[in-house]
Ligand binder design. Structure first.
Ligand code: AMP
Length: 430
């Protein structure tokens, strides 16, 4: 049997989205757009401009910036050889790309600092669960160049909290920490490693491995059996050098000045290698164990590490999927905008009027559904109801002849005659 024949007999195969990725559909997309629009507005008021970045980059960019020993790079990237043998990866985050762009376009010659934000999908091959996907979306911002004054850190955090408040997120908690600089952190990491070796036998496999590869990450552990052990480990706040300790105190003073409530969390170390000094995380309710909606921090050495001039840097990434989930859980995620007008028409003459009315109303920003074929009024009104329309515009021979349209308010079933002008005025007032 030839392939062609067997194919015609085979039932058409149904496709499904790949595990860990999903479609985001209307009406939910409306909430996504509102969140993104709010970010644009708020970030704009703080002087940030949007950068649109490629979705894939050379694998080496991520390996060098995020760190080859991190889970993200060693286990979670979608990497492949391009046809010209270049190793490329789907971006697992965007800070590296922003720094690459800063260097590539010589942005250090612009007035400093350069403030940029981005939105878009990121890709990590993690175990899918609620609030954790393999394609997920981040809204992030970076401040590159200029000063590393504590006020810069505090203003970034202030902007974030303003954004979360504007978007309607209730119960967000801000956690802050300082993880020191190259010098004091390196000493602390060695101390931590030594202490961890002593308790090694009581730790899980992941933490045991991290003692050698990335001891700070042990502090991130959520494993119940490790909690009492971790609580007794030395804390970085007690091992910061003088400048880092002063810097951390100043950042907290700047937050207090801005009346930003925060909690200190000495175990907040962030998963990626490039952070230093200020780190922060924001959690939101309704998300179970994946409750971090935003992570960020200072990364002064990163631009240099990627071949650029010494450059200060600080930024954050908001997990948009989780933010949306939390908004929905708290009942804030209702789509606000439904259908305004459904046009129920009958007859040739009414159809011509309906087409013109639909265009005029849409032009005025009113959303309109115009059925493409004639229907009995009863059926049309049923459909208007199903679509959740606020008004049905009933156009028959009489209405067209008189120019007085019948407008039915679907919520209470009342009907009124009005002209197109009056209808526009009614809708405009809403
Ligand atoms: P990170 O880039 O790891 O600092 O993450 C910043 C934020 O992105 C986190 O706080 C999460 O809200 C979000 N995020 C990270 N990984 C995922 C994922 N796999 N699925 C959904 N959101 C994620």
């Amino acid at each position: 049997m030839s392939e062609g024949v067997s194919k015609t007999h085979e039932k058409a195969r149904k496709f499904q989205a790949i595990k860990g990725v999903r479609d985001i559909q209307p009406p939910e997309t409306e909430l996504w757009n509102r969140v993104e629009q709010t970010a644009r507005e708020v970030f704009g008021t703080y002087g940030y401009g949007e950068i649109r970045l490629p979705v894939f980059e050379q694998t080496e960019l991520f390996a060098r910036s995020i760190g080859a020993d991190t889970d993200v790079v060693s286990k979670e990237m979608y990497s492949f050889q391009d046809r010209d043998e270049t190793g490329v990866s789907l971006r697992p985050e965007a800070t590296a790309s922003v720094c690459r762009a800063y260097i590539e376009h010589g942005m250090q010659t612009l007035p400093q600092p350069v403030k940029l934000y981005y939105t878009g999908p990121m890709f990590r091959r993690e175990r899918p669960q609620k609030g954790r996907y393999r394609q997920f979306y981040q809204i992030g911002a970076e401040v590159l160049g200029g000063s590393d004054a504590p006020a810069v850190d505090a203003e970034v955090i202030e902007m974030l909290m303003v954004f979360f408040a504007k978007v309607g997120l209730d119960g967000a908690t801000l956690y802050v920490n300082s993880i020191g600089c190259k010098d004091c952190r390196a000493k602390y990491v060695e101390l931590l490693r030594a202490e961890l070796r002593i308790v090694q036998g009581r730790l899980g496999a992941d933490s045991q491995r991290r003692i050698e590869t990335n001891p700070l990450r042990v502090l991130d552990s959520k494993l119940e059996s490790e909690q009492s052990i971790i609580e007794k480990l030395p804390r970085i706040a007690e091992h910061l050098c003088l400048e880092c300790a002063k810097n951390y105190a100043d950042v907290k003073r700047e937050l207090a000045l801005r009346k930003i409530a925060y909690q200190e969390n000495w175990r907040l170390v962030r998963g990626l290698d490039y952070y230093m000094r200020t780190t922060f995380e924001i959690t939101a309710p309704g998300l179970g164990s994946q409750n971090a909606v935003c992570g960020g921090g200072r990364y002064d050495g990163l631009v240099e590490l990627l071949g650029g001039p010494p450059t200060k840097g600080i930024g954050f990434a908001i997990g948009e999927d989780r933010l949306i989930l939390s908004l929905q859980e708290s009942g804030q995620g209702k789509a606000e905008r439904g259908l305004d007008v459904f046009i129920a028409w009958m007859g040739e003459a009414a159809y011509a009027t309906a087409v013109r009315a639909a265009r005029t109303l849409r032009n005025a920003g009113v959303s309109v559904e115009l059925p493409p074929a004639a229907q009995k009024f009863g059926k049309a009104l049923g459909q208007a109801d199903k679509l959740g329309a606020r008004f049905a515009l009933i156009l028959g021979e009489d209405e067209v002849a008189s120019g007085q349209w019948t407008v039915k308010t679907l919520a209470d079933g009342t009907q009124k005659k009005m002209s197109q002008q009056e209808l526009l005025a009614v809708l405009g007032r809403r």
